[in-house]
Design a protein around this ligand. Structure first.
Ligand code: MCN
Ligand code: CUM
Length: 788
């Protein structure tokens, strides 16, 4: 167990101090991209395609340009003159900035109208006359692979069909043989549909080019400002936008959740427009533009789990078809096109596994982006956790018992998983035991038996997941060739107050508080005396940004090590001040003292002052340190979630009665912030499980592109989350911490799905895909009754 080393006033690790950033947010003083107003700023609005697949016959700008205040209509042809009409996606596919001849999905950007204000720009966009020749869209990814399917990407050299790539991990033959020889094999096709992060703040940019200084100043709601700057320089270097001339400032962010990692076409057009016109250009998406473009996942997974008749798991195989829309824009590391999907073997110890994935083009918006997912871990966890429950049902074993019998044991860590990961640490048994005790599992089992006897539908669902977060190591992980590590830079001022800067970027995770707490833990400087700064590429050290719950595993570690470098320098200064040898100096949080004479001491603040005023001969003045941290491994948090539901047979209505979430993210920096992250993440877990899913018609139109039709759960839909934790420190992280922010979103959907399907099991219903809505349940019930 973890015990605090610092006082609450110093506020190091383990203290639930209040978030420093909240005063500004609660007082309405957060500064978001749309709050940026620059002199002479213009507004940009996109003309978007009503068709999912069409040839553009003509674009007539005349009427739009005749409107007073409309300054320009930018088309793909205009950008083509500068070779800026295409851009790379983060996974090295190609994406149109603006089309020159064909639109590939409904709501795709067709051209951009620049005007003196947004109202005029909207009028201008309506006045642009685009003539289309609609074509038959491919919406179903299985149909996209049929022989007579039209080739969607003839622009790609060597592309002969709509198949993007094949990926596989593990041993196909051995896994197939184990499955063929097993007593029991359960099979299921599981679909995780497209969903949208639906952050409160949509995407947006203000681009401001100064022709005299040749500097491009960009305000961007971005989770990864440094990486985006490098990519922009690589894409637009040929027109003079080189990296030192680009400054990206990511101001406050109203939710990222993965949706603010990529570069969107609107960003490039706004930058190009400002570059050409020489004035600041703002582009902010409206809600529907945000909802219809760019989704997470869309995985169709064929799963097979094999076991002995008493439930010893022997092999797992999953073959996935991934619908990426018209371009693969997944924000995944280059060597991991399917992200960390190969964590799909889960928390269980068995020998044989094989995972393969085929990615395919369709006429949908670029997909595979993110939804608080740790790089495709949600999909992986859903696959294994649904299948483990299916196996339990098949052999009539309690799903908790089945899990206990198959868990990787505490002594087996570091554990080499069959698909190639080295799990760092965990105690899965303890985590599940704690969850069962907290919810009162055995009592619910009895209650369920009684309810079933009365013909009532009650279900209990478990998910015991293993997460994988914290990329690097940089030798394995890069995005478009940019290696993944992260950074911290600390400056302690003469008065002992400090400023620390990071290569990550908070979108609501509380970094201004938790990074200060890490430094407080290491240096003993109160967290309130430490300012945290992120997101400005001109001032922050280079880093890859905040996503995949990597900030604590990477930048958090960098902060600790940078602080330790400072402490080493401080020790020399303290020895000088106390007139003893360095070897005689000891450290206790916040001060150095002479071994055996604790009354002879110097505080960290006194040492900081001396660093600028009274240093030993030959030493460099100043009290600063920087560290770029390249982790030796990822961190593997885990959790045990249990959900109890009741389903009303007449209506299909689902009532989540209880939800207990026990997370193990190693040592915790701020328990309250972690709890907040878990609450938010669980709500984002019930969302795909029960409410959210983008619906397409056969023509590729999105049928729920507004928040009237796309149900984002609020406090009303959310159950009372009950949370707790176990602590298994990461053996390789300097603070023993693991990332946590996405665990709940990864773990909650299968727990909820398992509970609902468990409730329906007496009716013979053995699987439902998420979102499991009342109408889906009602239909399944009607079908099962018709069969009976
Ligand atoms: N933390 C802690 N102790 C730990 C682990 C984490 O106190 N052992 C704290 C951290 O210090 C940090 C927070 O919990 O303040 C989350 O840390 P971490 O798990 O490292 O995740 P990141 O900071 O890298 O956040 C990214 C993650 C992702 S990928 C998505 S998606 C998501 C999420 O954060 N988007 C969010 N949570 C979000 N929360 C808000 N409010 N808004 C978003 O857009
Ligand atoms: Cu996968 S969403 Mo988060 O990693 O930014």
């Amino acid at each position: 167990m973890f015990s605090c080393k610092t006082s609450p006033e110093v506020g190091g690790m383990g203290h639930s101090v209040k978030r420093k950033e909240d005063a500004r947010f609660l007082h309405g003083k957060g500064k978001y991209t749309d709050d940026v107003k620059l002199p002479g700023m213009l507004s940009m609005v996109m003309v978007r395609s009503p068709y999912a697949y069409a040839k553009i016959k003509s674009i007539d700008k005349e009427k739009a340009l005749a409107i007073p205040g409309v300054l320009a209509v930018i088309t793909g042809e205009d950008l083509a003159q500068y070779n800026l009409h295409w851009m790379p996606t983060l996974l090295s596919d190609s994406q149109m900035v603006l089309p020159t001849d064909t639109v590939m999905h409904q709501s795709q950007e067709v051209c951009a109208v620049i005007a003196t204000d947004r109202y005029i720009a909207v009028d201008g966009a309506e006045a642009v006359d685009v003539q289309y020749e609609p074509m038959k869209a491919i919406v179903n990814p299985y149909k996209a692979l049929e022989e007579d399917a039209p080739l969607l990407r003839p622009d790609k050299e060597g592309q002969k069909d709509n198949h993007i790539y094949h990926w596989e991990r593990g041993e196909r033959e051995k896994t197939d043989a184990a499955i063929a020889a097993a007593d029991v094999v359960v099979k299921e096709r599981i679909h995780l549909p497209r969903i949208h992060v639906a952050s409160i703040e949509t995407c947006g940019i203000v681009a401001s080019y100064d022709k005299d200084t040749e500097k491009m100043l960009i305000y961007l709601t971005s989770q990864a400002p440094h990486a985006i700057r490098t990519i922009l320089a690589l894409v637009a270097g040929h027109v003079g936008l080189s990296e030192e001339k680009i400054r990206i400032i990511a101001p406050d962010i109203g939710g990222g959740f993965g949706g603010k990692v990529p570069v969107y076409p609107g960003y490039v057009v706004a930058i190009a427009a400002s570059f050409l016109i020489g004035k600041p250009v703002k582009w902010i998406e409206d809600r529907s533009e945000n909802l219809i473009n760019g989704f997470a996942r869309d995985y169709h997974m064929d799963c097979e789990l094999a076991a002995t008749k008493d439930g010893k798991i022997q092999a797992f195989k999953v073959s996935t078809l991934a619908d990426h829309g018209y371009t693969d824009s997944s924000a995944n590391p280059s060597k991991y096109p399917t992200g960390m999907f190969s964590i799909c073997t889960g928390s269980y110890d068995y020998e044989h596994a094989f995972a393969e994935l085929d990615a395919v083009y369709t006429n949908k918006a670029p997909g595979g982006v993110a939804y608080r997912c740790s790089f495709r871990v949600t999909e992986a966890v859903h696959a294994i956790e649904r299948m483990v429950d299916k196996l339990a049902a098949e052999i009539g074993k309690d799903p908790a018992q089945l899990r206990f019998e198959n868990f990787i044991k505490k002594e087996q860590f570091p554990y080499a998983s069959p698909l190639g990961w080295s799990y760092d640490s965990g105690d899965y048994k303890a985590t599940l035991e704690k969850a069962m005790e907290m919810i009162g599992y055995d009592d619910y089992k009895k209650e369920q038996a009684e309810k079933r006897a009365q013909g009532k539908l009650m279900g209990i669902g478990i998910c015991t997941f293993t997460e994988v977060v914290g990329a690097g190591p940089s030798k394995d992980f890069d995005i478009l060739g940019i290696a993944m590590f992260d950074s911290a830079e600390i400056r302690v001022h003469p008065t002992g107050k400090a400023l620390a800067r990071f290569g990550t970027k908070s979108q609501g995770q509380g970094h201004e508080t938790t990074y200060a707490q890490i430094l407080a833990e290491e240096l003993g400087i109160p967290y309130t005396d430490i300012e945290i700064d992120e997101g400005d590429t001109d001032t922050a050290p280079y880093g890859l940004g905040t996503y995949a719950s990597r900030s604590t595993p990477t930048a958090g570690a960098a902060a600790a090590i940078a602080a330790r470098k400072l402490k080493d320098k401080g020790k020399k200064i303290a020895a000088h001040l106390l007139e003893v040898s360095e070897d005689d100096i000891e450290w206790e949080v916040g001060k150095y003292f002479v071994k055996g004479a604790p009354e002879k001491s110097k505080t960290i603040q006194e040492v900081a002052f001396a660093a600028y005023t009274n240093i030993p001969p030959g030493m460099e003045p100043g009290f600063e340190a920087t560290h770029y941290y390249d982790p030796p491994n990822l961190t593997f948090p885990n959790g045990a979630y249990i959900c109890v539901v009741e389903v009303e047979e007449e209506t299909g209505a689902i009532d989540v009665k209880r939800f207990v979430a026990i997370d193990d993210c190693g040592n915790i920096i701020n328990p309250m912030i972690v709890e907040g992250q878990v609450h938010g993440g669980l709500t984002q877990g019930i969302a795909p499980a029960m409410y959210e899913g983008i619906v397409y018609d056969d023509e590729g139109n999105v049928l729920n592109g507004t928040l009237m039709d796309y149900l984002v759960p609020t406090a009303v839909e959310s159950p009372h989350w009950e949370t707790g934790h176990t602590i298994t420190p990461s053996p390789h992280h300097p603070l023993g911490a693991k990332g946590v922010a996405e665990s709940p979103t990864v773990g909650a959907p299968p727990a909820i799905a398992n509970a609902i399907i468990d409730a329906l099991y007496p009716l013979g219903i053995k699987h439902l895909d998420i979102p499991i809505t009342p109408d889906k349940v009602w239909e399944a019930i009607q079908e099962s009754k018709a069969k009976a």
